[in-house]
Design a protein around this ligand. Sequence first.
Ligand SMILES: C[S@@+](CC[C@H](N)C(=O)[O-])C[C@H]1O[C@@H](n2cnc3c(N)ncnc32)[C@H](O)[C@@H]1O
Length: 244
Amino acid sequence: MNDSSPSAPNSPAQHTSSSNNRGSGPADQAVAMDRMYRLTRHIYDLTRRYYLLGRDRLLDKVVTSPTTATLEVGCGTARNLIKLAGRRDHGLLYGLDASHEMLETAAQNSALAEIKRRGSGQIVLRQGLAEQLDSQRMFGRNEPFDTIFFSYCLSMIPTWPGAIDAAMANLRPGGTLLIVDFWDQRGLPAFFAAGLKRWLSLFHVHYRPEVHEALVELGRSGRGDVTFDSVAKRYAYIATIRKQ
Ligand SMILES: C[S@@+](CC[C@H](N)C(=O)[O-])C[C@H]1O[C@@H](n2cnc3c(N)ncnc32)[C@H](O)[C@@H]1O
């Protein structure tokens, strides 16, 4: 451990699209997320840049090429996917989120970004739950993904073990699962850690030491090679899991 659509789902590169299956599925988490982000989505990117640390470091670890397929689970406003789409060789980019509200902003943002880039780097967006991820059913893909990442998403999902299992199941052998999320703030003053914890709980966000432990266990079980990097004195961690 290192401490330091309107479109056919089979043609993902062609369109930025967002499904609109409101009301379907076990919708509790989706309803809660829609309630939370209905208004805040409009100021989300502006405000979160100051405390969702390590996202760009995670993106630096995402390897893309013209033939890769990359999925962000809990993509929110598509801020991360839009950054990847700015690469010359970004490959196929997909986003999944529980919140219809967030996906509306994501679709608007990625359409704007697309116009700026004159048509390159489209992103396929779908509504759905992380724990039900199914590459074929949700995205019409017969192949697993090369990279799947969660950026400050698992700390919002009460049923996070299912989300990790589903991601591993939809990743090709040798593919990479990346996670950036809040850590234990052990390197920071105690009052800071306590205040942050209280504040985050207002947004349904919870530091879950058990996620970290489960990832360590995943490495021990031989399902993947797992390494951790610390962001800002254990404010957050980036986990890199290479699937065996
Ligand atoms: C804190 S935001 C992070 C957004 C984005 N990843 C980023 O880095 O800016 C967490 C996102 O996870 C989504 N989310 C929460 N629970 C989810 C679930 N069970 N399945 C899919 N997405 C979920 C929320 O709707 C929200 O858009």
